[in-house]
Design a protein around this ligand. Structure first.
Ligand SMILES: [Zn+2]
Length: 208
C-alpha cells in the first residue's frame, strides 16, 4: 500500500534552494499544532517554522529510509586470531519516543564476541543510528540493535546496553530531570555465561 503522507523510500522533492520541498498539508499540520499550543502561526517569528520543523523531522526519522543490516554486510575475515570482545563504548545518539515524539538522548555500548569475522567498528554506530532515527521506545531500540548484529554477524555473543533520558519524563508529566533509564539485551555467551556477561559489563563500565 502506498502512503500519500510521505514515504522516504520514494525520495523527497528538492527545491531550487537545495532544500526538501515541504508539502502544504504537512506545513498546515504544524501550523495547526502551533495554534493549538497557544501561539499565532502567522506572526513573523513563526512563519517559516512549519517548514523547518518538517525538515527537521525528516532528519530525526531518517532511519525509516535506512536498512541497518546493510551496514553489516561487509565483513573482514582476516582478524589475526583475535577472539576477544569487540566493544564500541559511549556512542551518543538521539531518538524520539513514539508516545510523545519527545527527544530521547542517550549513550549506547555495543559489544560482540566475533565467531570468525568482524565489521568496521563505525558500522555498529550506524546500526544504532539506523534504528534510533525513528519513533521508538528504548526497549525496542535496544532489542533491534542487538538482534540485527546477532542475525547478520552470527557472533558468539552480543551485548547492548543503552542509557538514556527521555524528554517526555524530564520536561513534562512527572518532570524528573536527571533521571536516566538503562536497558540491556544480552545474547549468546553474554546471556548464558556469567563470567562473559560480567566481563562485558565491566568493560562497558557498568557494574557486573
Ligand atoms: Zn514519551
Amino acid at each position: 500500500m502506498s502512503c500519500a503522507h510521505g514515504d522516504p523510500e520514494d525520495g523527497d522533492l528538492i527545491g531550487q534552494d537545495g532544500k526538501i520541498v515541504v508539502p502544504d498539508h504537512v506545513a498546515e499540520a504544524i501550523r495547526t499544532l502551533i495554534a493549538w499550543a497557544g501561539d499565532d502561526p502567522t506572526r513573523e517569528g513563526l512563519v517559516d517554522t512549519p517548514k523547518r520543523v518538517a525538515r527537521a523531522w525528516r532528519e530525526y526519522c531518517a532511519g525509516y529510509g535506512d536498512d541497518p543490516a546493510v551496514h553489516l554486510s561487509r565483513v573482514f575475515e582476516e582478524v589475526g586470531g583475535y577472539d576477544e570482545i569487540v566493544l564500541l563504548k559511549d556512542i551518543p545518539f538521539q531518538s524520539h519516543c513514539e508516545h510523545h515524539m519527545a527527544p530521547i538522548m542517550g549513550r549506547a555500548h555495543i559489544a560482540y564476541l566475533p565467531r570468525n569475522h568482524v565489521v568496521g567498528i563505525s558500522k555498529l554506530a550506524r546500526v544504532l543510528h539506523g534504528f534510533a532515527r525513528r519513533l521508538q521506545v528504548q526497549e525496542r531500540l535496544t532489542a533491534e540493535v542487538a538482534d540485527c548484529i546477532w542475525e547478520n554477524l552470527k557472533p558468539l555473543g552480543v551485548a547492548v546496553v543503552i542509557e538514556a533520558t527521555h524528554g517526555c519524563m524530564t520536561s513534562r508529566g512527572v518532570r524528573t530531570p536527571g533521571v536516566s533509564m538503562v536497558t540491556s539485551r544480552m545474547m549468546g555467551v553474554f546471556r548464558d555465561d556469567d563470567r562473559s556477561r560480567k566481563e562485558v559489563l565491566s568493560l562497558m563500565g557498568m557494574a557486573g
